[in-house]
Design a protein around this ligand. Structure first.
Ligand code: SF4
Length: 278
């Protein structure tokens, strides 16, 4: 019986490090790398995928949804996706993956899926399938590789990290609702066209009667008023300062640098997902 070995890269560092790790430790496997493209990705994601492909020496399959974000937003009554109603992940990430695998899974092919859960995040469940012939493997966890280990793997392979980590904490759509307010401010500064697109979606949602905004409790327009931007930046700096005083830098500790999640005290596992943010 035929088998397939698949590895989904999200544009984030963990899944990229897993791809590198597998290439280095299991060159015997015929791994198929894939990326589910929502059509709302940052340009930095594509340049990172290009670099990763260069290291892997093979293409990363781009799985495109049959219907785009605009179609699904209209389908869901012009409501923005939110942590509680994540139609975006279901329709733009999982559905294309299911299409890609369906015929083989139904034919009884065993599909081995390699998922980037690290050793230092024990609470993550990984992508589980309802199909008994889809088997999930967690090689980073099995090899004891943590966040620092992931960064080292990417650095040593000369792949480096996606450039967006300079200003935001995780991969995913330009307007992902898991972003912190400081990340919205930075999106407006770095990619004003993408920010304007998010504003336009939010306006459509509010005009259509949706009570939800992208960022909890305030619209993007309110969030980017000069006074509010200054307040958000000052709050971020204050928190960062507090964190650094609590965790003074020690070059010998081998600890990886602070993330935005660290600054806001957010558990990584509760602020993102395996499919979009690894
Ligand atoms: S990255 Fe965010 S907005 Fe995009 S599909 Fe995932 S949860 Fe939805």
């Amino acid at each position: 019986m035929r088998e397939r070995h698949i590895l989904g890269v999200s544009g984030g560092r963990d899944s990229a490090a897993l791809a590198v790790h597998m290439r280095q430790t299991r060159p015997d496997l015929r791994l198929e790398y894939f990326f589910t493209d929502t059509g709302k990705e940052l340009p930095e994601v594509y340049s990172f995928l290009d670099r990763l492909e260069g290291f892997l020496g093979q293409p990363i399959a781009r799985l495109n949804p049959d219907r785009d974000f605009d179609f699904w937003m209209a389908e869901y009554g012009n409501f923005l996706p939110s942590p509680r109603t994540r139609w975006c992940t279901r329709q733009l990430k999982l559905r294309p993956l299911e299409h890609w695998l369906r015929a083989d899974l139904e034919a009884g092919v065993t599909v081995h899926s390699y998922v980037a859960i690290r050793a230092d995040e024990p609470s993550r469940e990984g992508y589980t399938s309802t199909q008994s012939n889809m088997l999930v493997h967690l090689p980073l966890r099995d090899a004891g590789i943590d966040r620092k280990g992931v960064i080292d793997i990417l650095r040593n392979a000369d792949v480096g990290e996606p450039e967006y980590y300079d200003w935001r904490s995780r991969s995913g759509c330009t307007f992902c609702f898991f972003q912190q307010k400081i990340e919205w401010v930075r999106l407006a500064e770095r990619h004003p066209d993408r920010f304007d697109e998010a504003v336009a979606y939010e306006k459509t949602a509010i005009d259509g009667g949706s009570p939800f905004t992208w960022s909890q409790g305030e619209s993007l327009i309110a969030l980017t008023k000069p006074d509010r931007v200054a307040q958000i930046k000052a709050d971020y700096e204050k928190r960062l300062d507090r964190l650094r005083k609590r965790r003074p830098a020690n070059p010998l500790s081998g600890r990886s640098p602070e993330t935005i999640d660290d600054v806001y005290g957010i558990e990584e596992a509760s602020a993102g997902c395996v499919i979009c943010h690894k």
